[in-house]
Every structure is written in structure tokens, then in C-alpha cells.
Design a binder for this molecule. Structure first.
Ligand SMILES: [Zn+2]
Ligand SMILES: [Zn+2]
Ligand SMILES: [Zn+2]
Length: 289
């Protein structure tokens, strides 16, 4: 299974869309000068592609990320949506998957596995533009109930991220490959830990986990995201259960430009102290099936 991080930033992106703070100013200077560390520090909004057909989240940066990574979105069969915050769901673009704009689609209908809120958000925009054509189907899911699709198994786990809807973590399995997309979330709910710890007991270790790190190096008393120490605590707890082993790729993701932001190389050095790697736009991780 191939996982490509298409975006790795928080809602405001890095550098941030309307910001001229010293972090953004220095990054923009480095980007304009073509400096490698600055280019590696650009963070589109978080989403990831699995092989060529499964996308986790679809946001306003998906179009650009597909161009940048030479991806053909006409092959897309499934979107696994975590929640409807604007940095994860951009229905305006999804509604363009129709005639006369989208030809030669591999799957006539794109299935969006999602929570209970996504369909109404989509309908609002699709009805505005009149592009409501049945080429995108929303399938609300039940927590912890697996979905089988083309040799994949997708299981929605409970995140702790917002009051107004149930945000989801997605476990994607194919053969022995297991990827847990762990954003957006605060500390995992106990029911999610119980599910993952049971996997460890059954010898089903994760190949890759990518965890929310919007709060960076801070201990900001905010319960809906994780800091690097929280992410490390989750990894350590799952290690004790055997769900994470020395072979598991452990990444932080969904990084904000606030809360002790560092450029990519410096962030990697910092995260190493917590036993974690730092995701980067366009990074491809291939795990054994
Ligand atoms: Zn987010
Ligand atoms: Zn800024
Ligand atoms: Zn969110």
C-alpha cells in the first residue's frame, strides 16, 4: 500500500493564508529564494492519497496537490472523510465531478464514507451551482464498523475533535498493511484506544500512524487537537499494546504555523526527541501488504 501525504498543515496552511508574522515572512522569503528547507516547510491542508483510488479528505488544496504530484483524480473511487471542517472538506470542488467537466471516470460513482453531516454540507453547495448529478454518493458510517471495498478494509474510529459532529479517524487495511490516519483529534477516546489495543493483542500491528500535531510544542489547554507530547503519549500507549512496533512509521501531521513552529529540518530534529517523524507535502510511504 502506498500512502502519499498530499497536505500536512492545519486549516490556515503554512505559510498561513492571510498572515505576515515572522514565521510566514521568513518562509515566504525562503520559498521565493528556492531554499530547500523553506520549500519542505510549505504545508497544504492535510489530506492523503492511498494508492491511486482512495483519498482521505478532500479539501481546497486537493486540486493543486494532484497537479503537483501528477495524480489522476478520475481514478478516484472512494473518499474517506474525517469531518466537515473547511480544511478537510471542500464540497464546491467535489460537485465538479460531473458532465460536462469530468470525462472518463474510472468509477461512475465516487463513494464518500463520512459522518452524518457531510451530505447536507455537500447538498448546500451542489444545489447552489446546480451540479447535483448523482456522481458522488455519501454513505454515512457507524463507528467501529468496517467497510470492505476492492480488497481494502476501512474502519472509522472515534476522534475527539468537535462538539457539533462526530469526527472520524480512519484505519485503512489491505493485507498486512495498516494505516491509521489520526487527525483531527485531541486525546483518543477510550473506546478508540480499546479497539486499537485489541488489534495489538491479535498481532495486527500498524504499518503507519500519522497523528495530529496542531498544537506543536505547546501545552495549550485545548482539548480538540494534540501537541507533540500528546502524540508521543499515544504512540507509547499503543506500543505497550503491541499495536505499534519498531517497524511502524510514526509521523506527526496537521501541523500549524502557531505553537512553536519550526521549519521542516528543525521540526524533524525536535520530533526525533519524541521518537516521531515529521510529515512533508508529497512524501510517499510504501508499506508491505
Ligand atoms: Zn483540520
Ligand atoms: Zn504567520
Ligand atoms: Zn478539524
Amino acid at each position: 500500500m502506498k500512502i502519499r501525504f498530499l497536505g500536512t498543515g492545519s486549516c490556515e496552511s503554512v505559510p498561513a493564508i492571510f498572515c505576515n508574522c515572522p514565521v510566514c515572512e521568513e518562509l515566504r522569503r525562503g520559498i521565493a529564494a528556492g531554499e530547500e528547507n523553506a520549500l519542505n516547510s510549505i504545508r497544504l491542508r492535510t489530506h492523503a492519497m492511498i494508492d491511486d483510488e482512495v483519498l482521505i479528505d478532500f479539501n481546497a488544496d486537493t486540486y493543486y496537490a494532484a497537479l503537483k504530484n501528477n495524480l489522476d483524480l478520475s481514478k478516484l473511487g472512494v473518499v474517506l472523510l474525517t469531518h466537515t471542517h473547511e480544511d478537510h472538506f471542500y464540497p464546491q470542488d467535489l460537485a465538479l465531478r460531473c458532465e460536462p467537466y469530468a470525462h472518463n471516470l474510472k468509477y461512475p460513482v465516487l463513494t464518500v464514507y463520512c459522518n452524518e453531516k457531510a451530505q447536507e454540507r455537500y447538498d448546500f453547495y451542489a444545489n447552489l451551482s446546480g451540479e447535483h448529478n448523482g456522481k458522488v454518493a455519501f454513505q454515512p458510517v457507524k463507528l467501529f464498523e468496517a467497510i470492505e471495498w476492492n480488497g481494502y478494509r476501512f474502519t472509522p474510529l472515534a476522534a475527539h475533535h468537535m462538539k457539533t459532529e462526530q469526527a472520524l479517524l480512519w484505519l485503512v487495511e489491505k493485507g498486512n498493511a495498516r494505516y491509521l490516519c489520526g487527525n483531527d483529534t485531541g486525546m483518543f477516546p477510550e473506546e478508540t484506544f480499546a479497539f486499537l489495543e485489541q488489534m495489538g493483542k491479535e498481532g495486527k500491528a500498524l504499518s503507519l500512524i500519522a497523528l495530529d500535531c496542531a498544537l506543536g510544542d505547546t501545552h495549550y489547554p485545548y482539548e480538540w487537537h494534540l501537541g507533540v507530547d500528546d502524540a508521543a503519549a499515544i504512540v507509547n500507549r499503543l506500543k505497550a499494546a503491541g499495536t505499534i512496533t519498531d517497524k511502524t512509521h510514526t509521523y506527526i501531521n496537521h501541523i500549524s504555523h502557531d505553537y512553536g513552529h519550526k521549519a521542516y529540518a528543525e521540526y524533524c530534529e525536535f520530533a526525533k526527541g519524541f521518537g516521531l517523524s515529521v510529515s512533508r507535502n508529497g512524501q510517499l510511504i510504501e508499506v508491505e501488504e
